[in-house]
Design a protein around this ligand. Structure first.
Ligand code: 4AD
Ligand code: MG
Length: 480
């Protein structure tokens, strides 16, 4: 018999129909005459209740059905006598596809810690929390493409292996086929990458932006959505060494157009998840409430998950300059009472996530976009302001997350860009093609990068970025 997805069975209003369901056993409760099996196939947060008469299915078969086992059930979908569900599957025949020994299967019916589940990432898709996150991640990917497709953007695949450092921060993973024991050396004793696969030093990309700019300077509206890699040693709950980034790039657009696009996109995506993932969001909302209950009262978030999502939709994001942000922070009670780990003293300091969250959660009480940062703390490609001190950067700050988007208007003037590249000692030979676009038909243009996992953290209410990507890569960890 043909298998039906469990989402269609639990949502069906048909009764007394013969169906087949396949999936993995979440729990089994058995009395003398009857067993109740909660079955899930990943298609929904809800489990299908399978009711198995011991006399019909047999004690031997039921003995093999434990948490984690995979089964195929033929039976009749009937109205449920129990209260937890509208219908249930009265089993006529159960085939055990794969057993799971209860003594060694790592996932038990009880709740496991997220830390424990990270060690079991090969199995954690089988938990309610991770299946919900997986479905939401899919919906968000789809929503991103829909947002851009509906607005006439073209998706560009930018290279993953690259010879340039887009952010100029030097935090890259080398890609090489040279023998690490006996690499060819040049006269100065340095590794001679002209013998390497590409005939030069190459790395995994930190951003698709530079190539997206090339495409935007012909196609006008483009975006990339690809994996990016950063060899920064940041062991925080917001950093991954491998993460996915969405990077739109738009010609004939200034920083204000850029802010509008960022705000519209974030609101679209938050609306999208509320509209399309309601059951999973409600489940995660409840999960977050349970988690918050275990925290000390002063550490509890004032908002539940659905409130957080609606908070973002409610108002226009606050738009301020870096200089204004520094003033607010410097004069804040937090700063005066030394509640910041990094006290705010002088103009020019980079903002830490504690400052970003203060602005969003305590001061403005809405998402904040900060523009016009000091040029010394931002990348070489950002448009320089006339003050000689700041650049047309923009960071979008969210509650709980801090920076969710980083972007800018780009420096489109050839001389100014070249000056900046020289000042920052960036090797021009790896970047000639980027600079050349400023010599031929240059135009004002802007773009930004949205960290997909930061967005996922926000929409799921999870606290650690390792739990919103299936297989996280972090310092000292590349298991699975
Ligand atoms: O601010 P970033 O470094 O900006 C860029 O890479 C630009 N080239 C983007 C552009 O203008 N096209 O990174 C952009 C976003 C951050 O705001 C953050 O959300 C995310 O990427 N991000 C990370 N997410 C997870 N782990 C990390 N290590 C991240 N680093 C940045
Ligand atoms: Mg940034």
């Amino acid at each position: 018999m043909k298998r039906t997805d469990i989402v269609d069975l639990v949502g069906s209003d048909k009764t007394n129909v013969k169906v087949n369901a396949k999936g993995w056993v979440r729990t089994k409760r058995q009395s003398k005459n009857v067993a109740f099996i909660a079955l899930n196939d990943g298609s929904t947060i809800r489990n299908l209740q399978v009711v198995a008469d011991v006399a019909v299915i047999g004690v031997d078969v039921l003995a093999k059905i434990n948490t984690g086992a995979s089964v195929s059930v033929d039976g009749i979908l009937v109205e449920s006598a129990g209260s937890g569900q509208a219908n249930e599957l009265r089993a006529e025949n159960i085939e055990v596809l794969g057993v799971a020994d209860p003594d060694t299967y790592p996932l038990q019916a009880k709740r496991h810690s997220l830390e424990f589940l990270r060690e079991k990432a090969h199995l954690r898709f089988r938990t309610a929390t991770f299946s919900a996150i997986t479905r939401i991640r899919h919906a968000m990917i789809f929503g991103v493409h829909k947002f851009f497709n509906d607005r006439g953007f073209y998706n560009i695949h930018t290279p993953i292996i690259t010879g340039s450092d887009a952010e100029g921060a030097g935090e890259m993973f080398r890609v090489s086929v040279l023998d690490p024991k006996t690499p060819p050396l040049d006269e100065q004793g340095n590794v001679d990458y002209s013998f390497d696969f590409f005939g030069k030093e190459t790395n995994l990309t930190v951003s698709g932006q530079l190539e997206a700019e090339l495409a935007a300077l012909a196609m006008t509206k483009v975006y990339t959505f690809g994996p990016t890699f950063r060899a920064e040693n940041s062991n925080t709950s917001r950093h991954l060494a491998e993460f996915w980034m969405i990077e739109p790039e738009v010609a004939f657009a200034d920083i204000h157009d850029n802010m509008d696009l960022a705000e519209n996109m974030l609101k679209f995506l938050v609306r999208y998840v509320l509209d399309n993932c309601r059951e999973d969001i409600e489940f995660l909302d409840k999960r977050l409430k349970d988690e918050e209950m275990h925290k000390k009262a002063q550490d509890r978030s004032p908002m539940n998950l659905i409130e957080r999502l609606e908070f973002v939709l409610a108002e226009k994001f606050e738009r301020i300059t870096y200089t204004e942000a520094i003033e607010v922070l410097r004069n804040s009670n937090y700063n005066k009472k030394k509640k910041f780990i990094y006290p705010i003293e002088d103009w020019g300091a980079d903002l830490q996530s504690e400052h970003e969250r203060y602005l969003v959660e305590k001061h403005y009480n809405k998402p904040v976009i900060i523009t016009d940062y000091p040029k010394d703390i931002k990348a070489f490609y950002m448009k320089q302001n006339d003050d000689g001190k700041t650049v047309r950067a923009m960071d979008v700050l969210f509650p709980q997350i801090g920076e969710i988007i980083g972007g800018s208007q780009r420096e489109e003037e050839y001389d100014k860009l070249l000056m900046r590249i020289e000042e920052m000692k960036i090797p021009i030979e790896s970047m000639w093609w980027f600079i050349e676009t400023r010599q031929f038909g240059t135009v004002p243009h802007s773009g930004f990068g949205l960290g997909f996992e930061r967005l996922m953290l926000f929409v799921t209410g999870m606290g650690n970025i390792r739990d919103v990507i299936p297989f996280p890569r972090t310092p000292q960890n590349a298991e699975f």
